[in-house]
Design a protein around this ligand. Structure first.
Ligand SMILES: *[C@@H]1O[C@H](CO)[C@@H](O)[C@H](O)[C@H]1NC(C)=O
Ligand SMILES: *[C@@H]1O[C@H](CO)[C@@H](O)[C@H](O)[C@H]1NC(C)=O
Ligand SMILES: *[C@@H]1O[C@H](CO)[C@@H](O)[C@H](O)[C@H]1NC(C)=O
Length: 141
């Protein structure tokens, strides 16, 4: 009986939190149906407006591809069905080298490992925890 409010509190506290584990890997924990921002920046912070970056999930699913202004929300084909209409980049941040994305209305199926790729230049990894497991992960680590 005591456990339920405790778990709720811990979920609320962790909603939308971003932190790094002991290896420096980025972890993002959100509740199901909320929004998650997956961070990624080009190392030199240079203007990436005319560059390409690609976000993949678990190494193979197409989450978000940006190519000098074209992307999945303005006509580009190839996005995985799971992410259609739910993933957005931050246009005003591109000039600062910021290739972060927002995944809206997160589902349990979004849980997993995401890679932000600047082809032939740089890749980085973000782990997304969706739902009750986000709290379990923290309590057991
Ligand atoms: C960033 O690059 C785009 C495209 O090359 C250019 O139009 C824009 O003015 C640049 N912005 C800044 C702040 O340098
Ligand atoms: C990139 O943009 C997102 C969305 O505005 C923001 O939350 C994040 O802090 C930015 N990252 C950096 C390194 O400025
Ligand atoms: C989410 O991913 C973590 C780490 O891979 C795993 O431990 C957990 O069971 C997953 N949760 C769900 C709901 O798939």
């Amino acid at each position: 009986m005591e456990l339920v409010p405790l778990l709720c509190l811990s979920l609320l506290t962790l909603s939308g939190s971003t932190f790094a584990d002991e290896n420096g890997a980025v972890l993002v924990a959100v509740e199901e149906k909320s929004d998650a921002i997956l961070p990624c920046s080009f190392s030199s912070k240079k203007n990436i407006t005319s560059m390409v970056f690609d976000w993949k999930k678990d190494g193979h699913m197409e989450v978000f591809l940006y190519d000098s202004g074209t992307h999945y929300n303005n006509g580009r084909a190839g996005q995985d069905e799971q992410f259609k209409g739910r993933v957005f980049h931050f246009k005003d941040e591109l000039k600062n080298g910021n290739a972060s994305i927002k995944i809206t209305n997160t589902k349990m199926a979004d849980n997993g490992s995401y890679t932000c790729i600047f082809p032939n230049q740089q890749t980085s990894q973000v782990t997304l925890f969706v739902g009750p497991d986000s709290e379990r992960f923290v309590l057991t680590s």
